[in-house]
Design a protein around this ligand. Structure first.
Ligand code: FES
Length: 320
């Protein structure tokens, strides 16, 4: 991992819902934080001793360099990341990476439709702040199980561009891609963020409604498949284009783990196929994409995530 860690301090902490904590982070010396663009996330070193790193989207206004705002859901299946974040108190120190963004606002679109599921609202909130600041045309649909499960709901209710959709509310306010987003329009982009099932539903219904895939921008909060699903895969060989080194990737191993164990200086961060930091170019062979970060265009251009993806061909040559 090639992170330059920034020291921050928790300057504000509040329980926004029973399961969501909102944390504001600032530099201990009071200097400005690095710039970020709407949709960006940071790596957080949740437990320095255990090397536990998690990614969280920045949900505050991008023009606020005094503090970064995170909203963290306590995951029921947490391996320590989200629960560690919930244990933080004001005054606690936290190391984070510089912001990175693979989910930015499209500069090709004139109108922007943001669709959030649950805690997936966080990067879209930053986008809404940024679009509002420049007077862009946008709307935000925020889908949640209930009002009590929603974060920043009082603030969002005051914004006429926001529609709230609660699963436990009346049928006529529940989200429908057809009714709320409609059919494709030129110069309009859709941005979707949330849990996997929600995203699959919105993406497939938008494609069915005729939206071209390149107008649908997405970011998931969990990998498409867990690593256990990879255990039935066959063995293949990775060849490195720059050194000629060959490495066998067995069932249950990832390309990234094998390369790191062999001392190869391969980039990475999340190790879950969601951040994009491990992306390399395929020089030969047929990849079996298991990530949730590459666009169809990037896959067609030969991009590959070493932390999660595998090969359909016996040999896969990478630009490493
Ligand atoms: S390390 Fe994050 S996608 Fe591979």
């Amino acid at each position: 991992m090639s992170n330059e860690w920034l020291d921050t301090i928790v300057v504000s902490r509040r329980d926004a819902t029973a399961r969501i904590v909102v944390l504001d982070l600032a530099r201990p010396d009071g200097v400005e934080l690095p710039e970020f663009t709407a949709g960006a996330h940071v790596d957080v070193l949740v437990d320095g001793a255990a090397g536990l790193v998690r990614q969280y989207s920045l949900c505050g206004p991008p023009d606020d360099r005094a503090r970064y705002r995170l909203a963290v859901l306590a995951e029921t299946a947490s391996r320590g990341g989200s629960l560690g974040m919930h244990r933080l108190r004001e005054g606690d120190r936290l190391r984070i990476s510089r912001p990175r963004n693979r989910f930015g606002v499209s500069d090709k679109a004139r109108r922007h439709v943001l669709v959030a599921g649950g805690i997936g609202v966080t990067p879209l909130l930053a986008m809404a702040h940024a679009l509002e600041a420049v007077g862009a045309e946008y709307e935000l649909h925020y889908c949640a199980r209930s009002r009590a499960d929603s974060v920043f709901v009082e603030e969002l209710e005051r914004n006429p561009r926001v529609r709230l959709h609660f699963d436990d509310g009346p049928a006529d306010q529940r989200f429908s891609t057809v009714a709320d987003v409609g059919g494709p329009e030129s110069e309009t982009a859709i941005y979707i963020c949330g849990p996997g099932g929600f995203m699959d539903f919105v993406i497939s219904s938008a494609l069915e409604a005729g939206w071209p895939s390149e107008t649908i921008h997405k970011e998931r909060f969990a990998p498409v498949a867990d690593t256990a699903a990879h255990a039935a895969d066959g063995t293949f060989t990775v060849r490195l284009g720059r050194t000629g080194g060959e490495y066998e990737i067995k069932d249950g191993e990832t390309v990234l783990d094998v390369l790191l164990a062999a001392g190869v200086d391969a980039p990475y961060s999340c190790r879950q196929g969601i951040c994009g930091d491990c992306i390399v170019r395929v020089l030969a062979g047929l990849p079996d994409h298991r990530d949730d970060v590459l666009t169809d265009r990037e896959r067609a251009d030969g991009m590959f995530t070493t932390c999660s993806s595998r090969a359909l061909s016996p040999i896969l040559e990478l630009d490493l």
